[in-house]
Design a protein around this ligand. Structure first.
Ligand code: ZN
Length: 550
């Protein structure tokens, strides 16, 4: 292999501060996809090539990292997560993967017993599949937590489960009307069951004491440290409120864990001109480095399990979901931000919601004569396959989550039956999205799923659980190859943030952000991808995570 000339030649000699040699690198750079070694100068990649070529750039003071055949990829980028909620979730009651209502109740009871001083019992992560009929009710929760309010959020964050104490505090009775964009679930006699969907969640959630600023700071630090341990060097944070953004900015400026953050502010539903004014200031203040602001994120519809994802055809037991905007309102809000140079990210899960988001993006580009804003649809769970070419034509990014195809009990027994067979067959169509030539960026939606990139790649490639079920994978025609999954977590995720000239590939002049794994993901059998461990995470040439023993 010949040494590529560095794109950026620093003044003085071409010597490296640090070199990584004897690796098996996947660079993401189509001009040189595989390499053995890489040289770093300052925060940037100086050269990529053979170990011999790169060693020639070392001098006495150069730090030499012998990779001993380990796999190297560009630093992972998560295109969609919620950093504060993720950090909070690392220390709260977790109900993830609880297979039965008994297991859910056991975990709640244990947590309540261990935390007698907490005024509220709060937690998250319950799967719909733990409950007969797919939804919990306040009865069992009242038995475990009779004397203080309890509020437990589903794994996807779109449904809440309250006990009677919390309902009383929130003054929710049979007379309570459904709020806009929300549902107070009721039993046959009209009594609230304790389950609140979407917009109705705020009736209780607003009463839960918010973490104090120092607790938020701690949560951000915990989340960033965990992200680095998963090999992430950049994350894209969805819909962060302005006060939280300032706390995050302080954390990122400080000495704590280092991950680059691109933040999307909430897309306002009203007072758009005022919000735009404030947002412009934030965009100018946070224009790069560790924190950049340049996008807004809104919600078109809800989620499948709560039957709030907006569909063209009814759910098997009725209803077509709910839309948070009329097409007209959405068009206006999107056009406004599009005209001002903002990237717009719209949560849309059902085929009707996705169509609406695409329509708003298409109309904004025509009305404003704008190009390459790279607006994004977040999740894209059940698109009409005929709409995929609209993504490509309008340059809209499909921001998907590999682990949303994780075929566990919730997915197979609640999610898919809720869709019905025709839609189930076209859910999470990662391969069809790729084949349509759409830019597909992978994320986790952490804390909905952990931002564990190796696990996510395993899922995208096998479409099985970690235990290998179902045999052959769920909808195996939509499996993608490892290289595509890597691309979606690196180059494509960078592109989805207008950052592909700085990161997402290992090439001269790019940021020296990389991850070292214990296994060559491109060589191991697919069912062993999950066993790869993150050994080292490097940001701008500096270690941000190092596994013990490496
Ligand atoms: Zn999300």
């Amino acid at each position: 292999m010949a040494l590529l000339a560095p794109a950026v030649t620093p003044a003085g000699k071409d010597t490296a501060d640090r070199i990584f040699v004897n690796g098996r690198m996947w660079t993401g750079d189509p001009k040189r996809p595989r390499a053995e070694a890489l040289a770093v100068r300052g925060p940037l990649v100086l050269a990529v090539g053979t170990s011999g070529d790169v060693r020639a750039l070392a001098e006495k003071a150069t730090d030499v990292v012998d990779l001993r055949g380990r796999f190297v990829a560009p630093g992972f980028i998560d295109a969609h997560l919620h950093l504060l909620a993720a950090g909070v979730s690392l220390e709260e009651l977790r109900l993830d993967g609880a297979p039965t209502i008994d297991e859910v109740c056991k975990r709640v009871a244990e947590w309540a017993r261990k935390n007698p001083d907490r005024h509220w019992v709060t937690g998250r992560g319950w799967p719909y599949s733990a409950f007969p009929g797919g939804l919990p009710a306040r009865g069992p929760l009242d038995e475990i937590v009779p004397d203080r309010p309890a509020w437990l959020v589903s794994y996807d964050g779109h449904t809440g489960w309250a006990n009677s104490f919390a309902l009383r505090l929130a003054r929710i009775t049979r007379e309570t009307k459904d709020p806009p964009n929300g549902i107070v679930v009721r039993d046959a006699s009209g009594e609230p069951t304790g389950v609140l969907k979407e917009g109705a969640m705020t009736l209780v959630a607003r009463l839960v004491p918010e973490p104090l600023p120092h607790e938020k700071e701690r949560a951000f630090k915990l989340a960033l440290a965990q992200a680095a341990a998963w090999g992430l060097t950049s994350v894209q944070v969805m819909g962060i409120p302005e006060d939280e953004l300032e706390i995050l900015a302080r954390v990122l400026e400080g000495e704590g864990p280092r991950v680059r953050v691109r933040a999307a502010l909430p897309l306002p539903t009203e007072a758009v001109p005022e919000a735009l004014g404030r947002y412009e200031q934030l965009r100018r203040r946070h224009a790069g480095g560790r924190l950049s602001v340049g996008a807004v994120k809104g919600f078109v519809d809800g989620v499948v399990e709560a039957k709030t994802a907006a569909m063209f055809e009814p759910y098997p037991d009725g209803g077509t979901g709910s839309l948070n905007w009329t097409q007209d309102e959405l068009d206006r809000a999107v056009a406004r931000f599009d005209a001002a140079g903002w990237q717009v990210m719209l949560h849309a899960i059902g085929d009707r919601g996705i169509d609406m988001a695409l329509t708003a993006f298409e109309r904004a580009a025509i009305a404003n004569r704008t190009r390459d804003r790279r607006h994004r649809v977040e999740h894209v769970e059940v698109p009409r396959l005929s709409d995929l070419r609209r993504f490509r034509a309008a340059g809209v990014v499909a921001s998907t989550q590999a682990l949303f195809a994780y075929p566990d009990a919730n997915h197979l027994r609640v999610y898919l039956p809720m869709l019905g067979p025709e839609r189930a067959a076209r859910a999470m169509p990662f391969r069809s999205i790729d084949e349509a030539g759409v830019v597909q960026a992978f994320g986790s939606d952490w804390p909905v799923y952990p931002a564990d990139v190796v696990r996510a790649i395993h899922c995208a490639v096998t479409r099985t659980t970690l235990e290998g079920t179902p045999p052959g994978g769920w909808e195996p025609a939509q499996r993608i190859v490892v290289e595509a999954a890597l691309r979606h977590f690196t180059r494509d995720a960078a592109r989805a943030a207008h950052e592909e000239d700085e990161k997402g590939t290992l090439a001269p002049g790019r940021l020296a952000d990389l991850v070292v794994l214990s296994e060559d993901l491109l060589a191991v059998p697919p069912d062993r991808i999950k066993d790869a461990r993150v050994l080292l995470t490097v940001l701008a040439g500096q270690d941000t995570y190092r596994a013990s023993g490496f």
